[in-house]
Design a protein around this ligand. Structure first.
Ligand code: G3P
Length: 224
């Protein structure tokens, strides 16, 4: 399973990249706003900065909601860097734009997916990625992971090449469960990725190994 980081923070992207396990980045308008990145020129430069850190797909979301606007905006984004993947919402115009970009060989990520039917449409249109929002479904008392499972089954039935990019990941168990189900990608906050490292037995074990090594070194030290 590929690991993407879901942030527009350059510091967090660098930190995840330095771990050596990062495969890509997803952003959205809320994440860009959180970093204070506004205005077309700054937004475009920020995407280039992200692409220069990570060697993998970087999702850049359009703001337009009409087909012509999405196509125009998406083409400008795609021209920035070969790693840019145009992120488009699951709407009629969004699906039409995904089909258009598929024909032109431009990578897309269909976002705001909350049902298997929507995921089917994204695959039919030729999206490279489909983004079902696991955490936001959990938030409304619906099993987000069940949706990942359902999409996996449908895509496998027809060998759709669209990759399931589990989004709105909130904690490390979401990541593990997505891997069990067979999601192709999980896009995660840095905190959820870092939480995967933690186990008290690892800390206790390491402490004991080092203490034993120190004790033995003292016991077997050559006499002065
Ligand atoms: O990639 C979509 C993701 O950012 C949404 O996450 O936590 O805002 O539901 P969240």
């Amino acid at each position: 399973m590929k690991f993407f980081i879901d942030t527009a923070s350059l510091a967090q992207i660098k930190e995840a990249q330095e771990l050596g396990i990062l495969d890509g980045v997803t952003t959205n308008p809320s994440l860009m706003a959180k970093e204070g990145i506004t205005g077309t020129d700054r937004v475009m430069k920020h995407y280039v900065d992200i692409c220069n850190i990570v060697d993998g797909d970087v999702s850049a979301e359009v703001i337009s909601t009409d087909y012509e606007g999405m196509v125009r905006e998406g083409e400008n984004l795609a021209a920035l860097h070969p790693n840019i993947t145009v992120k488009l919402p699951m709407t009629r115009d969004g699906i039409k734009a995904i089909k258009h970009f598929h024909g032109k060989g431009i990578k897309t990520n269909c976002t705001l997916v909350f049902s298997a039917g929507q995921a089917l449409l994204a695959a039919k249109a030729g999206a490279k990625y489909v983004s079902p929002f696991v955490g936001r479904l959990d938030d409304v008392s619906t099993d987000g992971l069940q949706l990942i499972e359902q999409i996996r089954g449908i895509y496998d039935n027809y060998q759709f090449e669209t990759q399931i990019l589990a989004a709105s990941i909130r904690h490390p168990m979401h990541i593990v469960q997505c891997a069990e189900i067979g999601a192709d990608v999980a896009t995660c906050p840095l905190s959820a990725i870092l939480a995967l490292f933690n186990h008290p037995l690892t800390d206790i074990g390491l402490e004991k190994f080092l203490a034993d090594h120190k004790k033995a070194a003292k016991q077997h030290a050559p006499a002065k």
